[in-house]
Structures are given as C-alpha cells and as structure tokens.
Design a protein around this ligand. Structure first.
Ligand SMILES: [Zn+2]
Length: 721
C-alpha cells in the first residue's frame, strides 16, 4: 500500500538529479535512404508507467518508456485509482476482516507505487531542472493522497475492528504484527483526530512537502557551484584527483580545474592541497551551502519546517516532533538516543584534543607557523597519519580497483549467503548508459532472487553521495514477488583504458550500500509493509557488511595492485590495522555533533528557532571543538529537511552501529569471518525477517542477548568504561 509513499524506500539518503531522454528516441533516419523505414515503435503513454512491469523473471522497470512529460498525468491518474480502491475497501458492506481490510490495503496502490518509484529514481539519479520543478508538484500530490487515506474515517473504523479483535480471530503472528503496525501508523498519522484538526494537519503536510522540495533544490543548486583552480593551485594533489577536477571543468565548459561544491570533490582537496588559502576558500564555500543570504539560502525554510513540525506533533498529542517521529523506532524516546550519544561524546571530544595537539606539533616541526583551523584538519591529519604509521592513503588506492571491489562484494554475498550475480546486457532497459543490471540467483539451485541495478559514476544532476534504493520490495501476498534493488555511487570515471581506483573509505561505502541491497534481496515476508525496518535498525545490516572489505580472503583475492597484480603486502595490512582507530575523534565528533543538534532542534516543543543562533548555542553548550564543524550544518542538512524520514533520526547511524559492531564480534568470536552457522543465523533472523518480528527481539535471537556498546567504543579506540 502507498500510505507512506514519499521516498520511503530510499536508504542512505540525499538529494536527487535529470530528465531522461531515453536512448530509444533516436534521431529520425535520413530521408534519402533507399531502405524502407523501420516501423516506428508506438509512442509511450501514461499506461506504460503504471502497468505491471514486463520482462524476464517477473518484470523489470520500463525505462525505455519513461518520458518526463508523462509523470504528472500518470501519477494523477494512479492517485485517483488508488483512492477509489481505498474507498471500495472502506465502504464494503461485509464485516471488517483481516483479508477484506488489511490484506486488501496491502494489495492496493500498486500502479501508483510503480509510477512514483520511476519518478523517485529520476529525482535521485537524473534530477535536471525539469524534474526538480515537477517534484514541487508531485511531492505535495503524494502527501495529499496519503492524508486522504489516513484521514478516511470509515477505513480507520474497519482497521480498528480488526485491531480490537486481533487476539481472537486466529491470525498468524505475522498477520497480527501487520495489524498492530498498521493501526499504530494510522494513529500516528492522525486517523483519530477530529475534522478540524485533520484539516489543519493536511495543510501542514502540504506546506511541508513544498518546503522539503524547495530545500533540496536550493542545496543542490549550491552544490552545483565550484571553486575554479589554475595549474599553479594544484600543489600536493594526486594526479587522478587533478584529472577529476579537470573533467568537472570540461563538463561545465570551463578552462582550468573545478572543485565542485560536493563532499566527494571537497574532502580530498582539503586532505591533499598544500595551498592553505585555497583550502580555506573551498572549505568556506562547502560549509556555507544554503547559507549565503541569496536566493538559495535555506534558513527561512528551516524556521518554517521546524515550526510546522512542532505544531503537527502537538496536534497529534506528542510532546515534540522527535517524540512523534521516534514512536515507531527501536529507541522510541529521544532520551534513549541522547543517552547513547552522550555516552560516546566525551570520549570523542577528548580524542579530538589529542588529535589537534598532534597536528599542531607536526605543523610546528615542519616550520608551518599557524594554528590548526577547520580547513587544516584533514591536511595535517593526513600528515600525522603518514608520519606515525608510514601510511599513505594513495598507497591503498593502487590495490582497490572498482571492478575488483564490486566482484569482491559479490564474492562476500556468495560465501555468506550462497548468492550468485550475473550481469545481463541487452535485454533489460536502463535510464542511463552507465547503468548495469545483474540478475541474482541462489547458487545451489539457480532459484531467482532478484535484480540489482548499479549506477556507479558521478555526473551532473545526480544526487551526491551513495545510496541504495528498492525499486520493488519482496513479498508473497498472492504470487511471490522478488526484490529489485539499486546501488548508487559517485565514483569518478578514469581515462580511457585506465582502471577506476577507489580509496579504502570508498570500498567500505561500496560494501555498505551493497549491504542494504542484500538486506532487501534477502527479505522474506508475506506482506509488503513488513519489508521495511525502523530507521534506527536499517543501517545495521549495511554497516556490518563494511567489515568484510578487510578480511584476508577478500584482500588476497581482489585487492591486487592494478599494475603488478600483486597481493597487498602483509606490512601494508599491518600498518593499516595499526592505524584503524586513527582519526576517530574527528569522525565521531563531526557526526555526533550533527546528530545531537538534530535531536535538540526537534525536541523543542515550541519549535521557534533562529537556525544560526540555535546551531551556535547548541554547539557551545556541547563544548564543540572549534577545529571541527558539524558534518551537515543546518542550512544544508538534507537528512532533516528534505523529508520527515531522517528528521530526529540522524542518531540512527550510531544506534545501528552499536548492533553492527556487536554483531561483527559474533563472527570474530568464531575466528572465522565466513563462519557458516553464524552467517546462516544472521541471514535468517536479521536479514530475512523484515519487520515481521520486533527488531530488538530479533537481535536477541541472533546474539542471545541485547547489543552492548563496548564493541563500538573499542572499534573507535575509545576507553571502555
Ligand atoms: Zn546506509
């Protein structure tokens, strides 16, 4: 069902990118040709965006039929149909039962789901201006549709009948779980409010949908700016990085080298550039995204969003937006999330003090007369790393070829879960020529598991960062439906016949997104709505899979030097292990400060806020080290302000990481990262069950106890108290 449609299937987040001109729209053949013209394929219609997906193994998305101008009429028609389906369920003359109400809702809205999914892929991967504009119409439309369903009194009455009778109607455990979750969700979304309050809540949701789109578009506009460098500004930069800046300039028809205002371009510049003035310039542009007092400034939008959220929470009877947003998570209460964050915070700050002292000492030793400022942090950190561990990030890159690391991730899935990945070409359409499609099967008997789409390379109008998206969730409500998932990265293409080399961080990100994909592919629930897991659980399967990058088997088989094809020498691995907790002060403070500010912002019951003052005050109260800024400052914090999904939810990465670190220890305790019984347990209890059993309970079944925070502290090199 589509009650919570908007962007609900995307994990790892960000913003989106551009209107496709599919490859099938070839120019008309030259009229002089003697050959008879081939019959033209029929022009696509809105029905092509709505109909069941055709193609091999149960169907694939019809990218060759997608036209930007079809989205709005298709989504409008599907919305009307969906509301009619819901009305039919709500006004049935039969007594309400699980099947005619809950299961019927699960079956409804499929055509709208399909069109919206295609559209959200566009906003993520090809978000050109015409898609951005369209998003400003489609998001409010979807929000309106959700509200109409959630506010349908007759429908909610029927859901409540089934809910009240759930213990005496012979429902299975999974059915009962669906009933409770659906009922709770209706309540959370205002189903039992009076008419006046519903009206106001609808207005708030409409206003928020517009503000979210606006926020995202403004930040994206600021990210599509750049600092232009000339040859003399390049000191210290590795050659592949220079080439990527050159390519970015060429793409924008500029002479020189463009450091585009995205993290993937900015972070390596700050790490390697010896030009302090340019570092400051690039850093400043980056942290001021959305905060330049111009047409892309987002501060006024934040004021509105936070205020409306507080008002909505009050309408619904919650203490604050955070209390509302967290009511369906594992943590449940903001206080529990804050408690965990504040347990880690002091150790991280103490570590930063040490890191800054080390960098200052090295700068002095090098004769650099300066005080470490935020734009110096990555640069001197890299120098300390090199001095202390004799470890150069670039040395690693020579061993991490993108194609090899993709193969390594498939190897992991094969050894842990028995999956096989086979690329299919020619028979399945794609939304961009860079996209590759893989069929996933069970290796032992060839059973079809699903499809994986990969879109690995950066380009204009593609959202920055890395993310996973589920195009089609697994379920077996009627006939079995298999998962279709995608992994999306922003790697820079190499020159002709050159391999794409990625960093260790990149390799871990690759495994992270692939972990999300494995989670969706492995899901085995009857009802579609039980396939999604709480926000603070969903990063657990992804984070735990990062650990397999550095296992001996993966390194020996796949981390081969791109020139010599030699294995990574033991000495390099030892150095890297020795340095594994290096820089955890910076990484933890950068992340946690953002997560804590998010929570403080959304626990204020009044929601009256001046974003700049709020950020300053909150950070001062925390004792934020002045050499670090939040990973996302409020004016560019897309997790919080492009949808409700991650608002009061940025803590989720830490919450999930507690489980990820503790679960990885379960493998380590066996002395075998591939330990078959542990992998089987992980697959069957954690990955396959969706949210069909309570996630805390599932964790206990896997580990025999609740997760402990000690493994996470140890991983980051913090004292375990
Ligand atoms: Zn993730």
């Amino acid at each position: 069902m589509s009650r919570t449609l908007a962007a609900a299937t995307i994990t790892c987040f960000g913003l989106a990118a551009c209107g496709p001109r599919p490859a099938t729209q070839a120019p008309a053949p030259a009229p002089s040709a003697a050959k008879a013209e081939a019959p033209k394929p029929p022009e696509p219609t809105i029905e092509d965006l709505l109909a069941e997906w055709k193609g091999p193994h149960g169907g694939v998305p019809p990218w060759d039929q997608v036209r930007t101008e079809l989205f709005q009429p298709a989504i409008e028609q599907a919305a009307t149909e969906f509301l009619a389906e819901v009305e039919a369920i709500a006004s049935s003359n039969e007594a309400a039962t699980f099947d005619n109400t809950l299961a019927a809702l699960e079956r409804s809205g499929k055509r709208l789901d399909r069109a919206a999914t295609l559209f959200f892929v566009m906003t993520g991967n090809r978000n050109a201006p015409e898609i951005q504009k369209l998003n400003g119409v489609i998001q409010p439309k979807l929000s309106e549709v959700s509200d109409k369903v959630n506010f349908n009194e007759k429908l909610f009455k029927r859901v409540k009948v089934v809910y009240d009778a759930r213990e005496k109607t012979g429902l299975t455990a999974e059915q009962k779980r669906l009933v409770v979750k659906t009922y709770d969700d209706f309540m959370r979304r205002g189903a039992n409010l009076d008419a006046e309050k519903k009206k106001r809540m609808g207005e708030i949701n409409q206003a928020l949908a517009k503000l979210f789109t606006d926020f995202g578009n403004r930040v994206q506009a600021d990210e599509d700016t750049w600092v232009l460098l000339q040859k003399e500004d390049l000191a210290g930069l590795p050659e592949p990085l220079i080439q990527s800046y050159k390519a970015a300039a060429t793409e924008r028809k500029l002479e020189g080298f463009a450091v585009v205002n995205t993290r993937s371009a900015v972070d390596p510049f700050l790490t390697f550039s010896e030009n302090r003035e340019q570092r400051q310039k690039v850093w400043t542009a980056f942290i001021r995204r959305g905060d330049n007092g111009d047409k892309n400034d987002t501060n006024a939008l934040i004021v509105e969003i936070v205020k409306l959220r507080a008002e909505r929470a009050k309408l619904l009877g919650f203490k604050s937006h955070a209390h509302w947003r967290m009511s369906d998570t594992m943590a449940k209460d903001p206080a529990r999330a804050e408690k965990l964050m504040m347990r880690v915070w002091p150790a991280a700050v103490a570590r930063v003090k040490q890191e800054v002292a080390d960098m200052q000492a090295l700068a002095t030793k090098l004769g650099h007369k300066l005080t470490i400022e935020p734009w110096d942090y990555r640069f001197y950190m890299e120098k300390v790393r090199k001095e202390r561990y004799d470890l150069d990030q670039n040395e690693f890159k020579n061993y991490f070829e993108l194609e090899n690391m993709i193969a390594a991730s498939y190897y992991m899935a094969e050894r842990l879960y028995g999956y096989a990945f086979e690329e299919i070409t020619g028979t399945v359409s794609v939304f961009h020529p860079d996209v590759r499609v893989y069929r996933v099967t069970k290796k032992d008997d060839g059973t079809h598991v699903g499809f994986l789409y990969r879109d690995d390379f950066a380009r204009q109008y593609k959202r920055s960062g890395a993310w996973q998206m589920t195009y089609q969730g697994q379920h077996k409500l009627d006939a079995p439906v298999d998962a279709i998932v995608s992994n999306n990265n922003n790697f820079t293409k190499a020159g002709k016949d050159q391999p794409v080399l990625i960093s260790l961080d990149d390799a871990e990100t690759l495994f992270h997104e692939f972990g999300h994909a494995l989670h969706a592919l492995t899901n085995d629930t009857t009802y579609p709505s039980l396939g999604g897991t709480p926000r603070d659980f969903v990063e657990f399967p992804s984070q735990v899979h990062e650990n397999w990058v550095l296992t001996r088997d993966v390194l020996d088989k796949f981390a081969l030097h791109y020139k010599t094809k030699e294995k990574m020498p033991q000495a390099l691995i030892d150095k890297m292990r020795a340095a594994s907790t290096f820089n955890q002060g910076f990484a933890t403070v950068e992340y946690l400060s953002a997560a804590i500010v998010d929570m403080k912002l959304h626990t204020d019951p009044k929601g009256a806020v001046d974003p700049k003052r709020f950020e300053e005050k909150a950070l001062a109260a925390l004792g934020m080290p002045k050499q670090i800024v939040m990973r996302h400052r409020l004016p560019q914090f897309q997790h919080l302000f492009t949808s409700d999904a991650y608002s009061a939810g940025y803590y989720s990465y830490l919450w999930s990481d507690v489980m990820a670190a503790d679960a990885w220890e379960a493998f380590e305790e066996t002395k075998d990262p591939w330990h078959p019984a542990t992998a089987k347990k992980f697959m069957e209890i954690i990955l396959a069950t969706g949210d069909a059993i309570d996630r805390a309970e599932a964790y206990r079944q896997f580990r025999g106890r609740d997760p402990k925070v000690e493994a996470l502290l140890k991983n980051r090199g913090f004292p375990v108290r």
